[in-house]
Design a protein around this ligand. Structure first.
Ligand code: NAP
Length: 312
């Protein structure tokens, strides 16, 4: 099988941890170039300082994965679409909803495939929870997504800048699972956003949601970057029939009434690239921005609190 020629824009943490190794072993993709501001290289493929140089030098490049921080994603996406490339976008899709909508409109105009990835959705435990809740309904759901920012984002100052999302950067992963497993549409009812006095994005967020389900289940989220020790990435759900589901390890594991029913090593990015290959074969896009909408809504209706300054 001929592999599709792909390039990565931005060789930061997620590109190095996941995209590069997964593409290296993929049957569907061949890495033919990278764009890196710092001039990083990978296995001898050509490195370019800008995407424009890369598009000129490699005209048969088919697709790009954009792995930069979100504030510059829209510009790189539009440039890639104009150069005739299909797109895989790291989460969160863009810095604003208008930018995300513009990428979709532009892709349609150009006839390109776009894939807004939400890596936490790509777990068999999440698929299983989705199937169970489709039949059982939801009585209550509580997200707890707490981690130590110094451990998971060491030195990444962009997370504290406007457009950097703060604790919503990991929190949106939980929201991407939330919108997938719920058998109805959730809305942000209220939110409390806690900002360090010297930073532009929140370090802690609490959200209460409502839903289109007529029984109004209790739905809440607690995102925090001040957790010490092990991270807590879990979602506890009670079904209408009284069963207790727990998605844990970031969505990689599921227990039902205390018994672990799905526990697998995380292969989120392997599944993401399999899905991208399928989408390219079918010339279809997969572009759900609802997790981004929930973050935007929490920012719009949220109450702002201030806490101690944060320094690395
Ligand atoms: P990161 O380590 O800071 O890497 C981002 C890279 O993008 C930089 O190293 C730089 O690479 C490039 N870049 C930064 N600013 C740029 C600019 N203004 N113009 C062009 N390129 C720029 O960040 P990350 O953790 O990989 O996160 C990147 C995205 O992936 C975020 O949206 C994040 O939410 C998502 N993500 C991260 C993780 C994780 O575990 N870290 C997991 C899943 C998803 P070059 O110098 O090589 O150009």
């Amino acid at each position: 099988m001929t592999k599709r020629k792909i390039a990565i824009i931005g060789l930061g943490k997620i590109a190095q941890d996941q995209h590069l190794p997964v593409i290296d072993k993929s049957d569907s993709f061949e890495l033919v170039a990278v764009t890196s501001q710092r001039g990083l290289t990978h296995r001898g493929v050509p490195t370019f300082k800008t995407p424009a140089e890369m598009y000129r030098a490699i005209p048969d490049l088919e697709a790009v994965s954009i792995c930069t921080p979100p504030d510059v994603r829209h510009g790189f996406a539009i440039e890639a679409l104009d150069a005739g490339k299909d797109l895989l976008l790291e989460k969160p899709t863009a810095a604003t909803l208008a930018e995300a909508a513009d990428i979709a409109a532009h892709a349609k105009k150009r006839g390109r495939v776009i894939f807004a990835t939400w890596h936490s959705q790509f777990n068999p435990a999440v698929d299983e929870a989705t199937a169970l809740l489709a039949g059982a309904g939801v009585k209550s759901l509580r997200i707890e997504w707490r981690e130590d920012v110094r451990k998971w984002h060491p030195g990444q100052d962009w997370v504290w800048e406007p457009g950097g999302f703060g604790v919503f950067d990991p929190g949106i992963n939980a929201l991407s699972i939330f919108v997938k497993i719920l058998p109805f549409t959730p809305f942000v009812k209220s939110a409390e956003l806690t900002y360090p006095a010297n930073r532009q994005t929140p370090i802690g967020v609490k959200v209460a949601f409502s839903g289109t389900d007529p029984d109004s289940p209790a739905l809440s989220a607690d995102f925090d970057w001040r957790e010490q020790g092990d991270e807590k990435w879990h979602i506890e759900i009670e079904s209408k029939g009284g069963h207790k589901l727990r998605l844990f390890r970031g969505g990689a594991s599921l227990s039902v009434d205390g018994h672990v029913t799905v526990e697998q090593p995380s292969e989120e990015y392997e599944r993401i690239y399999e899905r991208f290959a399928e989408l390219l074969d079918r010339r279809e896009s997969d572009y759900d921005t609802s997790p981004l909408q929930l973050v935007g809504d929490a920012m719009m209706v949220g109450r702002r609190l201030t806490t101690d300054p944060f320094d690395w």
